[in-house]
Design a protein around this ligand. Structure first.
Ligand SMILES: [Zn+2]
Length: 269
């Protein structure tokens, strides 16, 4: 049995994202003949939502930024997944041979060489342990309109300049919308959940933008009411039989992260 097979714990982090500005999470292609050039993504009920992949994108990006600032290799760091991945394809082949072509030893070796971001969010060689659900609108009935159409000007990708005459329109979700954010983690240690919470804290402060066109305004909001629920071997039965989850205080995870950092700094010194 490898370290990936065994259930240890699961946490469910829930929060509300309240948008201070408009939001532009495009679906790129309108299926309606009279649609705009860039509609926002909508569910079967016609309401806009934020795809989990978009949420994962901004959270991973922010986590990588923090990790690159700390840069305490090998225990707290982020690779550049495109230019310089922690475990390249060639390196993976080397590790396979070195592990005597044994799955378990190989998995351990790849894990050992992987950066913190890949261990949490996934790499080409293993799935991430943090999953992001699609975020649905929770206050549609409070808003008179949900979607506005804006004019855009085409950007010349080569010159990075606005090209006159190339106009298009795009949809945005109006400011003031609230979305229900759910993040699931599997088999994370307390300190890793703590690290994730420090990343989300930046979103609580309004320092993270999501969606397209964020440099021109849309996409800024704040996370509110973060709760953490938890299931591990101790309350697994209650969870399976009654869907009961224990509430996990954020402080416990943040303290675990701080203690873990201190223990690593002490062992480095
Ligand atoms: Zn990596």
């Amino acid at each position: 049995m490898s370290l990936f097979d065994r259930f240890q714990n699961r946490t469910i982090i829930h929060a509300t994202l309240e948008m201070g500005t408009a939001l532009s999470v495009g679906s790129r292609l309108s299926l309606e003949p009279t649609g705009t050039d860039m509609p926002v993504v909508k569910g079967p009920d016609g309401l806009p939502f934020i795809p989990g992949s978009s949420i994962k994108g901004v959270v991973r990006f922010q986590a990588e930024r923090v990790l690159r600032t700390w840069n305490q290799r090998p225990h707290l760091w982020a690779c550049d997944p495109f230019d310089s991945p922690c475990v390249s394809s060639a390196r993976k082949d080397q590790l396979w041979e070195k592990a005597g072509r044994k799955d378990d030893a190989f998995a351990q070796a790849v894990w050992g060489g992987s950066c913190t971001a890949c261990r949490l969010f996934g790499s080409p060689w293993f799935a991430g342990r943090v999953a992001f659900k699609d975020a649905y609108l929770t206050n549609a009935e409070d808003l008179p309109v949900l979607i506005q159409i804006r004019d855009g000007v085409g950007i010349d990708r080569d010159l990075g300049a606005a090209r006159t005459g190339v106009k298009y329109d795009f949809e945005t979700v109006v400011p003031g919308t609230c979305f229900s954010i759910e993040i699931l983690t599997e088999n994370l240690e307390d300190w890793e959940v703590g690290f994730l919470l420090t990343v989300l804290r930046r979103w609580e402060e309004g320092g993270i933008a999501i969606g397209g066109k964020t440099t021109r305004g849309p996409g800024w909001g704040k996370l509110k009411d973060i709760t953490i629920r938890w299931v591990d071997n101790q309350n697994l039965m209650a969870y399976l039989l009654e869907r009961k989850l224990s509430e996990q205080p954020a402080d416990r995870c943040l303290n675990a992260f701080r203690d873990w950092l201190q223990s690593k700094e002490a062992s480095d010194a």
